[in-house]
Design a protein. Structure first.
Length: 240
């Protein structure tokens, strides 16, 4: 079985593998390495080859997360109203648009925010118009997630009582990505259900993990648990 793990250094990537797999004896190879740069942290990705029998002996965590229906990312349904113009309509919206444009300038990558829709609980969905979509999105959305976190932190610090929630997208990437993640997770879950062999999914962000927990839970007879540190974690699917 081959699995991949990330870390800021080779040592950290190996430790993440040890922490997640709960085994010490395995072989690995470095498959990618990224140097530090502007808005880009150093990273190392390793591929681990482990024996199935060794993985089966891993210590089981005290708390298991059952795959079952859960509250959505927004803690309940939020009615979204499409924006007629894509332009900001309040001082707060003008502020976030200005901040994103400034962030774009500091990154040296041009992207312009367009307001797609507004939610009844303060959620604002924005599309980043850019000719460098692949770069802005990054590997499996990591750079887009990072930009969203920076923007959200700024707005929550300045408008903490507004309930504002910023969601950034690039030309429908998030919806396309979610469809692929759910399709693969259901496919793998059905294999687990028929064979009894647990599997690890690729690293996912928190929103994707919530959706996967629910989708797998809807199949019945399965459980999930998350492993790893940081924004991206792996989900393990196994029989209940």
């Amino acid at each position: 079985m081959n699995l991949e793990f990330d870390g800021a250094t080779e040592k950290e990537a190996v430790q993440n593998a040890i922490d997640e797999l709960r085994i010490q004896d395995f072989e690995y190879e470095i498959i990618s390495e990224t140097k530090r740069g502007l808005f880009k942290k150093p990273s190392v990705r390793i591929r681990v080859l482990i024996d199935e029998s060794a993985a089966a002996k891993e210590d089981k965590p005290a708390a298991l997360q059952t795959a079952k229906p859960f509250e959505s990312e927004d803690d309940g349904e939020e009615e979204m109203v499409p924006s007629a113009t894509g332009e900001p309509e309040s001082d707060m919206e003008k502020d976030v648009v200005s901040y994103i444009i400034g962030l774009s300038d500091r990154m040296g990558v041009k992207f312009k925010p367009e307001i797609v829709s507004r939610g009844s609980k303060g959620k604002i969905v924005m599309n980043l118009q850019t000719e460098e979509g692949s770069f802005v999105i990054g590997y499996k959305g990591e750079r887009l997630d990072a930009i969203q976190i920076i923007v959200s932190a700024y707005m929550l610090r300045k408008y903490s009582e507004s309930g504002i929630k910023i969601v950034l997208d690039v030309d429908g990437y998030r919806q396309d990505r979610m469809q692929k993640v759910l399709k693969e997770s259901v496919f793998q879950a059905k294999k687990v259900k028929s064979t009894g062999r647990s599997v690890f999914l690729e690293p996912l962000n928190s929103y994707e993990r919530r959706a996967v927990h629910k989708a797998v839970g809807d199949l019945g007879g399965l459980m999930t648990e998350s492993y790893g540190n940081g924004l991206l974690k792996r989900i393990k699917i196994f029989r209940a």
